[in-house]
Design a protein around this ligand. Sequence first.
Ligand code: 1HN
Length: 352
Amino acid sequence: MDQTRVQVSTKTPEFAAYYSRLSQKNVAPLWQVLRKIVTTEPVSPAQPAHWPYQDVRPLLLEAGKLISAEQAERRVLVLENPGLKNLSSITHSLFAGIQLVLPGEVAPQHRHSQAALRFILEGKGATTTVNGERFEMYSGDLILTPSWQWHDHQNETSEPIVWLDGLDIALVALLDASFMQHSNQKEQEVTRPKETSRTLYGANLVPVDDGPVSLNSPLMRFPYAEARAALERLKTTTAWDPCHGIRMRYAHPRTGDWVMPTIGPAIQLVPKNLTTAEYRSTDGAVFAVAEGHGTAKIGSETFSLAPQDVFVCPSWMWRSFTAESDFVLFTFSDRPVQEKLGLWREERGVTN
Ligand code: 1HN
């Protein structure tokens, strides 16, 4: 097809003058940008990147000495993709950060149209309150804070709590749909008994006369122990996916869909000694090591990974994992959005 395209030199005074007149009228020639704005396959500005926990943790504790959770509103170190500097983004659509709440601290109540998820990296028993329900947080747990839900965090334990935050910041910014509200009440009132959502929805049962279905899962805390036990059972009872090992997504108990409309979390187990086949998909994905050691080959980079490390695989970049021990990875991406828009694609490489 390219051969039939007429080649015209646009580097002439005539074109220059024409383009300048176009610009004054807020129009521009598509033929100058077409190949850049519609590429033959995804070309992400994001790069593969790795944040070893042993690097991030001391920096975060330093922040703990410099600023309180309340002063900062959220004491978070933003994981900036080196290809997206100063954009507060880890992929083109998503934000990731590492948050610290020290013993005795409260991160004050607010709400925003951006949805958030939290994957706990360290600590046990600190709490987050989401729309009137208080959730305890333990390492490896996933906790959801859907769009526009009031939330505040409190650490009444004697040790720090650290978690990975994932938010749909850039996606919401692209759509110019950002709203935020603060409250003059530092902590919201707890209006639902502990474990209410788990009691209602955590047993594969739902109330027969439940209200309208929301895009957000009414189950908001997914304990690590349960996910890990399921992965362990699956390891011995099901065939392993050559590209993933065992990979499961967190499910909305009423619809079976993703737990939130904009951010899709999943968890995978790469069994010891397995090297996965190359895989790529259009959703750039953030990973946190929940357990074990291994390596991730992403594009031309290879990362050596330890528990609590975070890394990112940009859209359409080949990746493969090697597990040195049973290797558990938590992950999230914008896949729910891409699926709903009919844009999501994947490609599988040859088995090693
Ligand atoms: C936020 O509200 C939290 O509530 C964490 O813990 C990270 C990053 C950007 C904007 C809001 C939280 C955030 C955030």
